[in-house]
Design a binder for this molecule. Sequence first.
Ligand code: UTP
Ligand code: MN
Length: 500
Amino acid sequence: MSLVPQKRSRPSLPVGPTRDGMESTKFPDIGLFLVERKMGSSRRSFLTALARRKGFCVEEAYSERVTHVIAEHNSGAEVMQWLVGQPAKREEGRSPILLHISWFTECMAAGEPVKIEPRHLLEVQMHSDVAVSSLVATYGCLRRTPLTNRNHVFTDALETLAKEAAFCGSEGRSLAFIRAASVLRSLPSTLTTMEELSRMPGFGEHSKRVVQEILEDGSSAEVERVTQEERYQTMKLFTNIFGVGIKTANKWYQEGLRSIGDLRNSQKKLKLTKQQETGLQHYEDLTMPVSHTEADLIAKMVEEVAHRFLPGTIITLAGGFRRGKLSGHDVDILITHPQEGREEGLLSKVISQLQSQGLILYHSLKRNSYYDASSPGGKSTSSMDHFEGSFSIFKLKGLSQSRDNGARVHSTDSGRDWKAVRVDLVVTPISQYPFALLGWTGSKHFERELRRFSSHEKKMVLNSHALYDTVQQTFLAATSEEDIFMHLGLEYIPPSDRNA
Ligand code: UTP
Ligand code: MN
């Protein structure tokens, strides 16, 4: 898309009252509109009067005469969301250009419209993929998705179908349902009509049909049928076991196994991996939600041990808890140190120490994928033996003595004062920390959308270690998550709005 708006003739102004402060319209092809949202009405009035004195035409209301929309402290996505909610009808292809206030200020200083530079554009304007006719931004990372979901009835149904598709090996179909659900999760209110849905991205015929059925009948017959199916129920049960994927679950289903009891009874025949064995052994604990209090206790436990070996180590609770979730299926912890390189070797020491205290029920170290030759900027093999993380199961003790609200361990065995909890530990050098933090905060779909946006719209590769510009062939450094959003030309979305 051209960065300079196409010259187009504006419909002539209707005869009406003259506008205060307007001397004459020097630039008849331009119709400015100042977005009041976050600008405030008094600043808007002041800027309107200023522009009119300089000979610009400023529209009070958003109409088809508007060619340039100017906003302050708003993202492109926010402005777009506001605009499409406006009643003004526009012809196809006659969308106004969305600009940052800096363009307006420079015009006022120059006394005429200045050339529009990329830095003046509100980001969505640069992406043809982000349909202006749509009510919601196409990419999940352009939307704010708080925890509060007002469309559970629809998203639960779509997510059931997403799961079912994944169980059948149809990843693409599964993702289509996930995308549709994510759009609905970002809505500030409950969907009530199919008309609203028609203005939303990411809805294929199948997802639409499901929503329509729920709107009309209160439920979807297809979803009801799927949830009753023995195969779906069994696959859901088995894939919930730590270390069990779709392939293994399906194999067991084909062999006639149906319950956790069935698996335990035929455990000898099943040739389980160590991970699956532990998963099965602690199945009840591991499928019980982990509370925020429990997550904090585990983070504290890791911090204490890490500080013994390396004072100054920084421990951060990431994953769903960082997004504001009150419970989760595991605890995701990032470990770094302000001095680059000091973190090396720390993880195995921490794990060994916890192991010697009998606090680790299972653990497996994984190598730092950053050093893989296949990843951008693959490094020398001298670092090949470094580990960046550990998938573990901790034995969380002592909670039953705690008087903390809701902190009691809900043990399944009577008299047991501990609970098995899944913990993912990730160690990162401080230079990669912002990328790791962004990558491990999730949600999974938000991350997927960030990476899709990066590669499709920016020709950049984003992962939990780095951001690589494939055009400039350079790595883009960051000292905070904000820096990464900035490199991508995205408005910063705080963790609490990343529940896509
Ligand atoms: P989780 O699966 O733990 O999700 O991954 P969550 O949002 O915390 O959900 P609950 O509350 O535990 O159920 C957390 C983040 O870490 C990333 C995921 O993409 C997600 O963004 N992650 C997870 C990785 O990058 N790599 C992994 O191997 C695992
Ligand atoms: Mn998690």
